[in-house]
Ligand binder design. Structure first.
Ligand code: COA
Length: 611
């Protein structure tokens, strides 16, 4: 818990001095946490002593802690926003745009094809043989079917589904572990579910990275988390890239403890092996469920016992469901079958202390323009970018947008809008991030921070940095540098939620100011046409000497800047189709908002300890 500020005031009443203290707290500086004010009132009484003169002694001290949900809609008081009728933006295409639109559309269709192929690939998990081993021999349910049993519906937000594809050490579908956010009994929860059809659910470096990212998302957005554990532990041939470093396997357990101390509930379902490090996942969770004949927890399995002691022991006797629920107490619920385990988990989630608002039945205005047009607006390269207002007009409620500083720093578009009823501030590139554009960006970001309005960044940054070929250019670049530095500071320090969608280029310093990955947005998604690299392909001429070097660097940039290359390495939270952007943004905004409804989050605690 971080104290933002204290204010004190004093009032004299008769012989008493009353001190009022107000404190503004935020749970996590990175998260958009409703600031709750603790208001304490101390009354001092004045006595006079001949030795020490006036002495003020405390008479009473009261601390009032308003309920965490004080800003939520209560059942009796319905709140309403002041009416707003932001102007509708012109989202019409002009005939002159047609050839650009068509070129973009052709490129987007190719990218969409790649997206669909990848999707098909990850749906197959570890392949036919592994699926047969998992279901027929091991009698376990496939991971996506497990999610069907656990979650309310299939309307969940899967994160980084293409992570792990095409890595130097092979194709690891879904990085061997599905992560995402779905509803359990109406509550958005993070799920982290091993896919044991991918090499026995063992952890590759990319698996560890994906699990850690899921925990960070859970922390930033205060999401209850459910682990479906079915893993053979570390993938041994790559142990040096999984075990020793700070952001390697051990971090998962460190995060579990920190999340617990932050009062983020965690539940584990042991629905397969929990071997070696994996054994700590259930034992560090607040509650754990184990499935009979399927779930096992041990640091070293039967082969290790045999090698060490010569004793032959079955997995069930060494660390099965009966042992851990009846003898060791490592788990809390014994489930006879998988479906029972997910039923237990759903019930556990319903014991968490949340007070969710009534479903809002207010009609949401759809954009006036077709979201499918976004395929033709997704730039195939920087000079095929059209006015970003055309994109905004297909994302916001009623295509409405209250522009801020419309005539100043025009290469950056800033303004307010609603997305499925959620008020947001939009910051969108509409050209290079100039001096004026950066100043405008800083101003607008601070404005949203002041008003607690989440920020949406639509990123399409310039393909290369501005060159310094003359004195005048050098001066203008220096000024621009300072203004961009200010914008970066404003973005980094804004404590509102931030969501970044890379709709075109993500290059160089401009991408930092536009809340790139290093600036910790709550979520970052890429459109399939997006390019992520320090320079865009074809723009390296000024930086290397020979033709051969230029060709080499450009080929490398071409390959490495693709959205699929990026997402395979988990530099984002996934690739989304342009036409799905509004739905995804709306879901993220709902997910982020849920933290306001947790009633039991105020007290700072030590992590939960299983004794
Ligand atoms: N590292 C690397 N590969 C591993 C592995 C590990 N820790 N554990 C399993 N695998 C591989 C197997 O070699 C096999 O590969 P293949 O499909 O290319 O043949 C695949 O994962 C599936 O393993 P398999 O044993 O055939 O499947 P299973 O369903 O019968 O058992 C486990 C799965 C995880 C229970 C079992 O493999 C196991 O106990 N592994 C060892 C776990 C361990 O001791 N881990 C310690 C890590 S520190």
């Amino acid at each position: 818990m971080h104290v933002s500020y204290f204010t004190r005031s004093f009032h004299i009443k008769g012989n008493n001095l009353i001190q009022l203290t107000r404190a503004s707290f935020s749970q996590n500086p990175q998260s958009w946490d409703t600031s709750s004010k603790i208001f304490s009132c101390t009354t001092y009484h004045c006595t006079h002593s001949p030795v020490s003169g006036s002495v003020w002694q405390p008479l009473t001290h009261r601390t009032h802690q308003p309920a965490a949900s004080s800003r939520c809609m209560s059942s009796t008081v319905r709140r309403r926003r002041p009416p707003s009728a932001f102007p509708v933006i012109d989202g019409e295409f002009h005939p002159v745009h047609r050839h650009v639109y068509e070129a973009n559309l052709r490129n987007s269709l190719i990218c969409q094809q790649k997206y669909l192929e990848n999707k098909e690939k990850v749906m197959k998990g570890g392949g036919e043989n592994a699926i047969a081993r998992h279901t027929l021999r091991n009698r376990k349910v496939l991971v996506r079917d497990r999610l069907r049993m656990l979650l309310d519906d299939e309307d969940y937000l899967e994160l980084s589904s293409f992570a792990g594809l095409g890595l130097p050490y092979g194709d690891i579908p879904s990085a061997g572990c599905l992560t995402g956010i779905g509803k359990i009994n109406g509550l958005w929860c993070m799920f982290i579910a091993n896919d044991a059809t991918v090499k026995g659910g063992t952890a590759y470096p990319i698996t560890v990275k994906k699990q850690l990212r899921a925990q960070v998302v859970a922390m930033q957005n205060r999401l209850p988390s459910v682990y479906l554990v079915d893993s053979g532990g570390a993938f041994l041939p790559l142990q040096s890239e999984i075990f020793p470093d700070s952001n390697h396997g051990g971090r998962t357990f460190f995060n579990e403890a920190v999340m617990s101390a932050m009062k983020i509930p965690q539940v584990a379902v042991v629905c397969g092996s929990c071997t070696a490090g994996g054994a700590y996942v259930p034992t560090m969770s607040e509650e754990a469920v184990i499935v009979h004949r399927i779930g096992t927890i041990f640091l070293g399995g039967p082969p290790l016992v045999k090698a060490a002691t010569g004793e032959e022991v079955s997995p069930e006797d060494l660390g099965g469901a009966r042992l851990h629920s009846e003898v060791s107490g490592c788990v809390d619920h014994f489930a006879a079958a998988e479906n029972e385990a997910y039923e237990f988990t759903r019930n556990i989630i319903s014991t968490l202390n949340y007070e969710l608002p009534e479903e809002d039945s207010a009609q949401v205005e759809e954009p006036l323009y077709n979201v499918d047009d976004l395929m033709g607006l997704a730039p195939r390269c920087y000079n095929h970018s059209m006015d970003v207002r055309l994109v905004v007009s297909r994302l916001t409620d009623g295509s409405r947008f209250q522009e801020f500083k419309a005539r100043y720093g025009t290469p950056l578009l800033t303004g307010f809008a609603r997305i499925e009823g959620h008020q947001v501030g939009i910051v969108a590139n509409n050209g290079e991030l100039t001096y004026e554009a950066s100043l405008k960006g800083s101003h607008f970001v601070q404005l949203c921070d002041q008003r607690d309005i989440p920020l949406i960044f639509l990123q399409n940054t310039a393909p290369e940095p501005a060159h310094t070929f003359s004195q005048t250019k050098a001066e203008s670049n220096t000024n621009r540098l300072k203004a961009q530095g200010s914008m970066m500071s404003a973005v980094a320090c804004a404590s509102v939620p931030k969501i970044t969608v890379v709709i075109g280029g993500c290059h160089g310093g401009d991408s930092y100011a536009m809340c790139g990955r290093a600036f910790d947005p709550n979520f970052l998604f890429l459109w399939p046409n997006a390019r992520v690299s320090i320079l865009a392909p074809g723009h390296s001429d000024a930086f290397v000497q020979t033709e051969e070097e230029i060709t080499q660097i450009n080929e490398m940039l071409e390959e490495e800047s693709s959205a699929f290359f990026s997402t395979a390495r988990l530099w984002d939270d996934g690739v989304i189709l342009p036409q799905d952007t509004r739905k995804v943004l709306s879901k993220c905004l709902k997910i982020i908002k849920q933290q306001e409804y947790q009633l039991s989050r105020e007290k700072m605690r030590t992590p939960f300890l299983r004794l």
